[in-house]
Design a protein around this ligand. Sequence first.
Ligand code: BGC
Length: 378
Amino acid sequence: MDSTDITAKRTLLTDTSLEIIMAHQHAGGAFVASPSFSQYGYSWLRDNTYNAYALLLYGQEEGTMRYLNWVSGTVLKHRLIIEQLPGKLETGGPLANSDFLGARYTVDGGNDESDWPNFQIDGYGSWLWLLSQYLEKIQLQEIPGKWLESVHLVLQYLSMVWNIPNSDCWEEHPDHIHPSTLACVAGGVKAISRYLDPSARAAAETLAGTIRSFIIQYSHPSGRFPKYIGSESIDASLIWLSTPYKIFPADHPLMRNTVKAIERQILEEGGVKRYPEDTYYGGGQWIILSAWLAWYYLEEGSPEKARPLLDWIIRQQKDDGTLPEQVLARTNDPSMIRPWEERWGPVAAPLLWSHAMYLIVDYQLSGYYTIQKEKNHA
Ligand code: BGC
């Protein structure tokens, strides 16, 4: 593909991605993860942070605001869970998934009643982070009154659960603590802290600092972050510790070593896998993760490394305009593609989160060159 071709495809993918995300936002503010994949008809806080963030970057603040509203309303609807948790934790007995807030809901904020692991806390931290980005973009100095109560409930919830093992962002390993989950929690708490009153701000800063120290304390002996505390493996979601949650700067030695391990073990020709042992649909290359590595490279100041990843994503756009969740050209275990296809059908496409991550990097990369140009002319 020559460069004219890729430029035209980039423009097309940008337009299509925005259209897809906007078309699948429900009136109440939620987005389903994938409108055409049987298992993805829920609204995940994790995916949606980025769907709503992409809208914010592309001037669609109203959509972002409606999503923020939806989460706030959903938290208030389930507030009893937060209010009863201190008592339940105090008894010291085993707790059920239903004692915690969900990772995903129906579009009207109802529970997912299936037996899919639902205790995952990253999305609540991400929501706080998104809110801080929204407030900054529309230049508000304070959290609007309508969201104050849910923000405080979420802060209270995160302060109780951050060090309880829960499923990771891939909805696996419920018995472990995952640094990438902690990145979302500490990142969200830290980002929203400057909008809080002085005593709540101090508590939030202390919590974020405690989580950061914990992550350092449990880093891998080889000087990088582990997939989960005590694991020997690596995971692409560890990039979140730097981008976008800024718990560690891009050039922090632990971060650099983590990215080196990701490059060595799970990056292949522009496509990034989740982790070396992944066998979901064989364990292929994920659009969102290639975008994440590109975003990290931009923050690190290496646009020349980001560009090929973006081009790889652009080449994965299907004829119907959609981006899939993952690409199966290079998988960890090809024998696992068939069983998953038989179980749930072809890989999800469109995956709204894939489109959102493409948009975010496309935006950052354009901004990067604009800033460089301005610097050169100054
Ligand atoms: C992924 C999650 C994601 C969900 C919906 C799952 O397969 O592991 O990260 O939130 O799909 O897209």
